[in-house]
Design a protein around this ligand. Structure first.
Ligand code: ADP
Length: 620
C-alpha cells in the first residue's frame, strides 16, 4: 500500500512537472485522445438505428436522415480527431527537447561538486537508460495519461450506449422472462466486472516482469549500446579498437553478460516465453470468454423481444468496449504504479539540493583590475574522500603578476585551481577576494572574473568565431585579434570562410578538422576574448609543437597584458619568465619564489628541474 501511495505521489509530481514545462502536452493529448476514442460510438449508435430501421419500418425518409446524420457526425468527428491529432503531434515533436532541457538546466545549476560526483552521473545515466529502454520515467507519465483519457472516454461512451441492454425488458410471454429478474442482471454485471478486473490484472502481472528484469536489462542496455554503437563511433576509440583488436574483448564481454538482455537467452526472453507470455495469454482468454457471455445475453434478450437487431449490435459493441475501457484504465493505473520505481531516480536527481552558499555581494567592476586574492590556510578534501587533496595552503596573488604553479602529478595543482574558481568550497580555511570571503559574492559575478583554459577543455562543432566569443553576435575584429595573439593567425587566414568556418564536420560538411595544438590555440583565444582580470591556464602549451610553444611563450607578456595570470605547467623551463612560482608537493605549497631563487635553494624545484634538464639540456 505504501508503495502504491508513493507511486501515486511520484506520478502526481511528474504530472505537475510536465504541466509546468508545457501544459499543451496534456491539453493536446487529452483532446486528441478523447475525440478519437469517442468517434466509434457515433458509428455504433447510428448503425444500430439504421439496422433497426432496415429490419423494421424501412421508411426511406428516415433511412436518408439517419444515413446523412451518420455521415455528418462521422466526418465531423474524423476532422476534429485529425486536427487535435495534428496539434498533439506538433507539441510532442518538441517534447524530448523540453525534457532534455529540464535535465540540462538542472545539471547546469547544480553545485559543481555534484556534477563531478559519480553517484549523480550514475543517476542521470540511469534516468536516460530507463527512458531509452521503454520510455520509463517521465515519458511514461504522458503515455499513461493518454491511455487514461482514452479509457475514461470509452467507459463513458460505453455506459451511455449499453444502459438499454440492462434496462430493456423481454416479453413476459417469451419464455425468457427470467432474464428480467434482478438476479440475472446481477450475474451479468458480476461477469462484466470480473472480466474487466481479471483480464487487466493478469495482463499487469505479465507486464510486471519488465520491471523485474529492469536491473539486468539496464546493464544489458549499457553493454549493448556501448559495445555496438558508442565505442565504435567515438573518434579516439576507433583507432585503439583496430590497433589492439579490442573487438575480441567486446565479444567476450557481450557473451559474459548474455543473461542481461538482447539475446534469446536473456532473462527477459525467458520471461516472455514463460510466465509473462502465459499471463498475457490468460488475460486475452478471459476477455474473449466474457465477450461470448455478452453475445449470449444480448441475443437471448433480443430473442425475447426486449429490443431489435440493431440494438443487439450496439449493445454487444458497447459492452465489449466497456470491458476494454475498464481494462485499459486499470492497465494504465497499474503501469503508473510500476512507473513509480522509475520516477524515483528522476526526482532524486531533480531534487539534488544546492548546498553551496550563494552570496549576494557584487564584485565591483574595477577598471583598474585591482583585484587581490588570498588563500588563508586552505585545506580541502574531495567529497567522500578521506585524504586531503590540499593542506594548509597560504598564498596571495599580486595583481598583474604572472604566477606559475608546478609540481608532480597528483600534487594538488588542479584542485588549487578548482578552489580558486569556486568549483568547490574549501573544507577548512578561506579564500578572500579583496579581503572578503569569496562565498559572500554572487557566484556568477565571481566566475566572471576568470578566464580558464582547463586541460580537458572542449570546443564546439560551431563556427570558429562563435567558439572564441561564446556568442552568436560578436566583435569580429576582437575575435580575430585574440586568435592571432594565441598563434592561430596564419591558420585563420587559410580557413575557407575565416571566422565563419565551422569546426569539425558533425553539423557541417564544410567543417574543418583541427589538430590538438590548433584546438589549444583556439581555447587560449577564447580565454583572451573573455578578457577577465584573471586568466588561468592549465598546461597551456601541452599540445603545441616546440616552435609554437616558443612563440607563445615569447609573446606571453604582451598576450596577457594587465591580466593576472596563473598557469600550471609541467615544463619548468616555461615558468622562467614568471614573477613567482608556487611549488606543490603532496597537497601543499613547499616552495615559493622566482626561478633563480628557487634553483639556488635545495628543494623540490631543483629536484624537478634537474630531472627535466636531462631532456631539455638545450634550454637550461
Ligand atoms: P594535479 O593537478 O597536481 O595532478 P590534482 O589536484 O588533480 O593534482 O589531485 C590532487 C589529489 O586529489 C590527488 O591525490 C587526486 O587523486 C585527488 N583527486 C583529484 N580529483 C579528485 C576527485 N574528483 N575526487 C577525489 N579525489 C580527487
Amino acid at each position: 500500500m505504501a508503495g502504491l501511495r508513493e507511486a501515486a505521489r511520484y506520478n502526481k509530481r511528474a504530472f505537475a512537472l510536465w504541466w509546468r514545462l508545457d501544459p499543451q502536452i496534456f491539453l493536446s493529448a487529452a483532446s486528441s485522445c478523447a475525440v478519437r476514442a469517442a468517434a466509434p460510438y457515433i458509428g455504433m449508435y447510428f448503425t444500430a438505428r439504421l439496422i433497426d430501421e432496415l429490419a423494421g419500418g424501412r421508411d426511406p425518409a428516415v433511412l436518408l436522415r439517419l444515413t446523412l446524420a451518420l455521415l455528418l457526425a462521422s466526418a465531423a468527428a474524423g476532422l476534429a480527431g485529425a486536427l487535435c491529432g495534428r496539434w498533439k503531434e506538433a507539441v510532442q515533436a518538441g517534447r524530448d527537447y523540453v525534457m532534455a532541457k529540464n535535465y540540462f538546466e538542472k545539471l547546469l545549476h547544480m553545485d559543481f561538486r555534484d556534477v563531478d560526483d559519480p553517484e549523480i552521473h550514475g543517476l542521470y545515466a540511469l534516468i536516460r537508460q530507463n527512458a531509452n529502454w521503454a520510455g520509463w520515467g517521465l515519458p511514461r507519465v504522458q503515455e499513461q495519461f493518454e491511455n487514461l483519457i482514452t479509457a475514461l472516454t470509452r467507459i463513458t461512451g460505453s455506459v451511455a450506449l449499453s444502459v438499454g441492454l440492462f434496462t430493456s425488458r423481454v416479453r413476459p410471454d417469451s419464455g425468457l422472462a427470467w432474464l428480467n429478474h434482478p438476479l440475472s442482471l446481477a450475474v451479468m454485471l458480476l461477469i462484466l466486472l470480473t472480466a474487466a478486473v481479471l483480464s487487466p490484472a493478469l495482463y499487469n502481472r505479465g507486464q510486471a516482469y519488465w520491471a523485474r528484469s529492469g536491473e539486468a536489462a539496464r546493464l544489458g542496455n549499457r553493454i549493448f549500446s556501448f559495445y555496438t554503437y558508442a565505442a565504435i563511433r567515438e573518434r579516439g576509440r576507433g583507432l585503439d579498437i583496430r590497433t589492439y583488436r579490442q573487438d575480441r574483448l567486446f565479444d567476450r564481454k557481450y557473451e559474459e553478460n548474455i543473461d542481461t538482455g538482447f539475446t534469446e537467452k536473456s532473462e527477459m526472453a525467458g520471461y516472455a516465453r514463460g510466465p509473462m507470455g502465459l499471463y498475457k495469454a490468460a488475460s486475452e482468454a478471459v476477455s474473449r470468454l466474457f465477450t461470448g457471455c455478452v453475445y449470449l445475453f444480448a441475443c437471448l434478450k433480443a430473442y425475447g423481444g426486449a429490443f431489435g437487431v440493431g440494438a443487439v449490435t450496439q449493445y454487444i459493441a458497447a459492452v465489449t468496449a466497456l470491458a476494454g475501457g475498464v481494462a485499459k484504465c486499470l492497465q494504465a493505473l497499474g503501469d503508473m504504479g510500476n512507473n513509480g520505481e522509475y520516477l524515483k531516480p528522476v526526482f532524486r536527481f531533480l531534487d539534488t539540493p544546492n548546498r553551496m552558499y550563494q552570496g549576494s555581494l557584487t564584485t565591483e567592476k574595477r577598471s583598474d583590475r585591482r583585484y587581490s586574492i588570498e588563500f588563508e590556510d586552505v585545506s580541502f578534501r574531495y567529497p567522500g574522500s578521506e585524504a586531503y587533496a590540499l593542506r594548509h595552503v597560504n598564498m596571495r596573488f599580486t595583481v598583474g603578476r604572472r604566477l606559475a604553479v608546478v609540481g608532480q602529478n597528483g600534487s594538488g595543482k588542479t584542485t588549487f585551481i578548482k578552489l580558486l574558481c569556486r568549483l568547490y568550497d574549501p573544507t577548512e580555511g578561506r579564500i578572500l577576494l579583496n579581503g572578503i570571503d569569496i562565498r559572500k559574492y554572487r557566484y556568477d559575478e565571481y566566475l566572471d572574473l576568470f578566464s580558464v583554459v582547463f586541460q580537458d577543455f572542449k570546443l564546439l562543432a560551431l563556427p570558429l568565431g562563435q567558439n572564441v566569443a561564446a556568442a552568436v553576435d560578436y566583435d569580429r575584429e576582437r575575435a580575430a585579434r585574440c586568435l592571432e595573439l594565441a598563434g592561430f593567425g596564419e591558420r585563420l587566414e587559410k580557413m575557407p570562410e575565416g571566422l565563419e568556418t565551422c569546426l569539425y564536420k558533425d553539423f557541417d560538411k564544410g567543417g574543418v578538422e583541427i589538430s590538438g595544438g590548433e584546438a589549444q590555440k583556439i581555447a587560449l583565444a577564447r580565454a583572451l576574448y573573455k578578457d577577465a582580470p584573471f586568466i588561468v591556464l592549465d598546461e597551456p602549451t601541452a599540445a603545441l609543437d616546440p616552435v609554437a610553444e616558443a612563440e607563445v611563450y615569447s609573446s606571453f607578456n604582451s598576450i596577457l597584458g594587465d591580466k593576472t595570470a596563473v598557469y600550471i605547467s609541467h615544463r619548468l623551463s616555461s615558468c622562467r619568465f614568471c614573477d613567482e612560482i608556487l611549488v606543490f608537493d603532496g597537497g601543499g605549497i613547499v616552495q615559493q619564489g622566482n626561478h633563480d631563487a628557487l634553483l639556488a635553494e635545495e628543494g623540490k624545484y631543483r629536484e624537478l628541474w634537474n630531472a627535466q634538464a636531462q631532456y631539455y639540456s638545450d634550454r637550461t
